[in-house]
Design a binder for this molecule. Structure first.
Ligand code: GDP
Length: 395
């Protein structure tokens, strides 16, 4: 194959003859819709792919509103991307979809690993689909930001539910900060609502701040616990119980049933002394079995649905959602300012010296603050170049 004037690769063999092991091939410029090709996947297998059409903002908006799952997935991928170009399109898509969001029941589900959260969600989600609901399951797993692996993101989970035509299961985005993860999950939730999912279940594992994060994006928060509360309650953070609108003792089946009922009573006793999570709502403990399904739909109809109806009627939910959105805005502002300050070249340049003076007792803490802030403010006036997209983790 001869090289043409218009195409010259950066490297070519000196003698491009039959003895040479590779042949230099022309590339296909651009490619077009539906062009078959191949990619090498993670297991080093060569698999055929169909090149995907590039979508514009309106394509995404229309696809999501039509409930097109493939386009919804791609819109979520866009939201999860850290590339500046994707970020811009994703924000335009969300802006256009905003009027179609907000109509779902948003439920957060937490509990220690092994409590049975995913089995519970699978049972609840499948039942809800069968009675005509469209259910989206999202996950918020900050462990993925630390280890780049994740506790919740295991693909084999919720196999049953994933096959339901009315269910959409999306694992936690990985990598990045909790702030970045929060934005991505919240925006994914909005996309799912615009796509017509009337029930959004957000699963989280009780790690670090994740419970508070999920509490701040849902209407109803459920804590899934195990029997044998005596020991568990000792270790359980009171704070987590105070976030819950219901506590459900799972695995109330077989020999465990009786113990689950005892555990439920123990939780009830403790709940009596705790602050309520939601105004005009008393948190109670219940039992269920994600295996047999016992108690699950009762929890849905008699607790979650009642909570939602009452909350919309008395204005508590409208107020909760308003506060959630506003506090999200300000937490992003705070994170942004924090990054702006600590990543500022001026601050990075003088921080060590100032710290040393403070530690040696040569400079008071208050004076140190004043110096840092003055240096930072001055640098802003002279237009120090900053990564203004830092809070969104956009590159
Ligand atoms: P997660 O880590 O909280 O999501 O917990 P999983 O849903 O993965 O469940 C942990 C283990 O408990 C699995 O082996 C499940 O099969 C089991 N399990 C979950 N729900 C029940 C239940 O209702 N009854 C019984 N007996 N086992 C359950």
């Amino acid at each position: 194959i001869k090289m043409t004037e218009t195409y010259k690769p950066s490297w070519v063999p000196e003698k491009d003859d039959s003895k040479f092991a590779c042949r230099v091939m022309y590339g296909v410029e651009g490619g077009h819709e539906g062009t078959p090709g191949v990619v090498v996947n993670k297991k080093d297998k060569v698999v055929p792919v169909v090149r995907r059409r590039i979508l514009d903002v309106d394509d995404y908006v229309e696809g999501v509103l039509n409930g097109d799952r493939a386009i919804l997935s791609r819109a979520i991928t866009l939201v999860e991307s850290n590339a500046a170009a994707h970020f811009e399109i994703a924000q335009q898509v969300i802006q256009k979809l905003l009027p179609y969001t907000g109509k779902s029941t948003r439920v957060g589900i937490t509990g220690v690993p092994g409590a049975g959260k995913s089995t519970f969600i699978e049972a609840l989600g499948t039942n809800l689909c069968r009675i005509g609901h469209k259910v989206a399951v999202l996950a918020v797993d900050p462990s993925s930001t630390v280890t780049k692996g994740s506790i919740l993101g295991d693909k084999t989970r919720m196999e049953h539910l994933s096959r339901e035509p009315n269910a959409f299961v999306r694992p936690s985005p990985s990598g990045g900060t909790l702030g970045g993860l929060t934005r991505k999950s919240r925006e994914t939730l909005l996309l799912c609502e615009a796509a017509g999912y009337d029930t959004i279940l957000v699963e989280t594992v009780g790690v670090g701040q994740s419970e508070t994060t999920v509490r701040s994006m849902v209407d109803f928060f459920l804590l899934v616990v195990l029997t044998g509360a005596g020991d568990e309650l000792q270790g359980m953070k009171k704070g987590v119980m105070e976030l819950a609108d219901a506590i459900v003792v799972n695995k109330a089946d077989g020999d465990n049933k009786q113990r689950a009922l005892v555990t439920k009573t123990e939780y009830e006793r403790i709940l009596y002394f705790l602050r309520q999570a939601t105004e005009n709502w008393t948190t109670h403990a219940y039992t269920c079995s994600a295996y047999t399904g016992a108690g699950i739909m009762e929890l849905w109809h008699d607790v979650i649905e009642v909570f939602m109806k009452q909350g919309w009627d008395n204005g508590v939910l409208a107020e909760r959602r308003k506060q959630q959105t506003l506090s999200w805005v300000y937490s992003m502002v705070e994170e942004h300012l924090h990054n702006l300050f600590y990543r500022s070249p001026v601050i990075m340049g003088c921080k060590d010296n100032i710290e040393e003076e403070v530690v040696k007792g040569q400079l008071s803490a208050t004076m140190a603050v004043r110096q840092l802030i003055e240096k930072f403010s001055n640098s802003q006036f002279v237009g120090e170049k900053q990564n203004t997209a830092s809070v969104f983790e956009i590159k």
